[in-house]
Design a protein around this ligand. Structure first.
Ligand code: NAD
Ligand code: TYD
Length: 336
């Protein structure tokens, strides 16, 4: 039996990963440690809450005492660290939580993993650590030039995790994935915000000229890549995980309007994000050579995603209230 400890398992990608592991393997136990910030949602794991193999702890990864207790009680073999503050725009307005959770929280988990001799520590990093490129896609050994407090914090965590491999022989593996999309993503990121706004005939705030480029990866593909890396990755190594779908934000917006049957008049060009990275692009040859490639094409992934938000209004509607509404009104003059 394999013992997993997943952090941030109640968020967007973490919850897909918990489903992936419990769906694929019978002989496992899985602990989910999640603080349930605004981005964590118990609805995401409601269907596994009674599963004997699963246990949830509402805790903060920065809490050294609690992490020590949880590690010593469960002796995890595989630690997968998803827990993070994850939204670039929030990191621009209020960076402190990013530094605390993304860097210090990772440090606490690394320390406990070292003390408890875990077999694998998977640090879920991001393509944003490389910064922007208008030229060649970034490979794993390219310099890191993060531009936002979010990506800088993630870079700190990424390199701190590596230092525990190099200095203490902790079997750390780092994955750097591109932008994820899919069901259960909090409606502040581009795709779920625009889908849910379009469903309700609300405006879509497109930053700057709308020509920034991201490489879109279906979240279930990201989870299968992490699972693959746990079994096949080499400790101390970094693996880029891309979707192979580089698209401008305008192209994404057009696709959402097409799939929801709404007019381009909903698009509202707004002020650009400060420090906005122009393009993220990954060279994914290393993971491909090891034997993993994404399985879900963008057309299918987007259709599934839009249909999920259409069918699951009860999941996202309650999230669009209070301070959330104030934010869009005050910053972009948009009434949601
Ligand atoms: P998310 O914001 O949806 O979820 C983050 C989860 O972490 C939430 O459940 C939240 O409650 C929890 N959390 C936050 N602070 C915590 C703390 N101090 N202690 C315990 N739990 C805490 O994020 P996501 O989009 O699912 O991203 C998950 C991970 O993947 C992050 O590390 C992110 O940097 C990385 N990543 C995300 C993307 C993407 O496009 N979303 C791409 C590449 C990498
Ligand atoms: P986002 O989903 O926040 O991911 P990230 O910034 O981490 O890549 O944004 C994706 C792209 O969409 C990015 O170029 C910023 C842009 N964007 C908008 O134009 N409008 C929006 O309301 C949001 C949230 C993002």
């Amino acid at each position: 039996m394999k013992r997993y400890l997943v952090t941030g398992g109640s968020g967007f990608i973490g919850s897909r990963f918990v489903h992936h592991i419990l769906g694929k393997y019978n002989d496992v136990s899985l602990i989910n440690v999640d603080k349930l910030t605004y981005a964590g949602n118990q609805e995401n794991l409601k269907d596994v809450s009674d599963d004997d193999r699963y246990r949830f702890y509402r805790d903060d990864i920065c809490d050294k005492k609690r992490m020590a207790e949880i590690f010593s009680e469960h002796k995890p073999e595989i630690v997968v660290n998803f827990a993070a503050e994850s939204h670039v725009d929030r990191s621009i307005g209020a960076p402190e939580d990013f530094i605390q959770t993304d860097v210090f929280g990772t440090f606490v988990l690394l320390e406990e993993s070292k003390k408890n001799d875990v077999e694998r520590f998977i640090q879920i990093s991001t393509d944003e650590v490389y910064g922007s490129t208008l030229g060649e896609p970034f490979g794993e050994t390219d310099p890191l030039m993060p531009s936002s407090p979010y990506s800088a914090s993630k870079t700190g965590a990424d390199r701190l995790a590596y230092s525990y491999f190099k200095t203490y022989d902790l079997p750390v593996i780092i994955s750097r994935a591109s932008n994820n999309y899919g069901s259960h993503q909090y409606p502040e990121k581009l795709i779920p915000l625009f889908i849910t706004n379009a469903i309700d005939d609300k405006q879509l705030p497109l930053y700057g000229d709308g020509l920034n480029v991201r490489d879109w990866l279906y979240a279930d593909d990201h989870c299968s890549a992490i699972d693959f890396i746990i079994s096949n990755g080499v400790p101390g190594e970094v693996y880029n995980v891309g979707g192979g779908n580089e698209l401008t934000n305008i192209m994404i917006t057009d696709r959402i309007l097409e799939l929801t049957g709404k007019s381009k008049e909903l698009i509202k060009f707004v002020d650009d994000r400060p420090g906005h990275d122009r393009r993220y692009a990954l060279d994914t040859a290393k993971l491909s050579a090891l034997g993993w490639d994404p399985a879900i094409d963008f057309k299918t992934g987007m259709e599934k995603t839009v249909n999920w938000y259409i069918d699951n209004r009860s999941w996202w509607e309650p999230l669009k209230s209070g301070e959330y509404l104030e934010y869009y009104k005050n910053n972009y003059g948009i009434e949601l």
